[in-house]
Design a protein around this ligand. Structure first.
Ligand code: HEM
Length: 189
């Protein structure tokens, strides 16, 4: 069942206090919004979309997140420690069907964009619990273990490095902390 998931609200991240909430000063001076984590990742400035056509543009933050996500999916695909959970996806891609990959890329990109404070994207995929429960998501082969989660996080940092973001990047480290905060929803055994 798809549901509009305010996932980070559920886990109490409240967009990890790097939210867009602006503080109102007592003197009614318009407050300057605090930069979000999404801003640190590039924000809402429109740039050329390298995968688009006819002058398509994309927010710089979304482009960086998408690049990291797509690189990470490729790293996971080659990681024998956890790629056994992605059998449905991998068999589709192997046979030339990219629809599942494209949907996963979009969902994960929306998830990170929304969770880091983007105002233009919302995540509409499964809840984290449902997405990682094989009984509710037939695309998830077997439940994830803590070791799987560790490998997933390592693959995320490897994928980010391939997308040009080093592991010492503070914004990436914040994303890593958000990911870690979701461990109990992903690991269900
Ligand atoms: C906090 C860490 C993680 C996050 C944020 C995350 C996020 C997501 C999201 C957003 C989806 C798409 C849900 C949908 O289609 O509606 C998904 C699907 C999936 N996740 Fe995760 N995930 C995490 C960790 C893991 C781990 C550790 C594994 C296993 C090693 C895993 C395996 C999968 C699989 C197999 C799918 C289905 C892929 C497909 O569509 O073919 N995830 N995850």
């Amino acid at each position: 069942m798809k549901k509009i998931a305010l996932v980070f609200a559920v886990v109490g991240i409240g967009i990890i206090s790097i939210s867009t909430q602006s503080c109102k000063k007592n003197d009614d001076t318009p407050a300057t919004p605090k930069p979000t984590l999404y801003d640190s990742l590039g924000g809402e400035t429109l740039v050329a979309d390298p995968t688009g056509t006819n002058g398509a543009t994309i927010e710089a933050g979304r482009l960086l997140i998408r690049n990291i996500i797509d690189s990470t999916i490729f790293v996971i695909a080659g990681d024998n420690a956890i790629n056994g959970h992605f059998i449905v996806l991998l068999s589709e891609v192997t046979s030339g069907n990219l629809s599942g990959f494209q949907e996963l890329s979009k969902n994960l990109t929306d998830f990170v964009a929304a969770g880091t404070g983007s105002t233009h994207y919302t995540y509409e995929g499964l809840s984290m619990t449902a997405a990682h429960d094989p009984a509710q998501n037939p695309r998830m082969n077997n439940k994830a273990t803590n070791a799987d989660m560790d490998a997933f996080e390592a693959d995320l940092f490897t994928g980010a490095a391939k997308a040009g973001v080093s592991s010492s990047n503070p914004a990436l480290q914040s994303v890593g902390r958000i990911v870690e905060s979701l461990r109990s929803q992903v690991v269900q055994m």
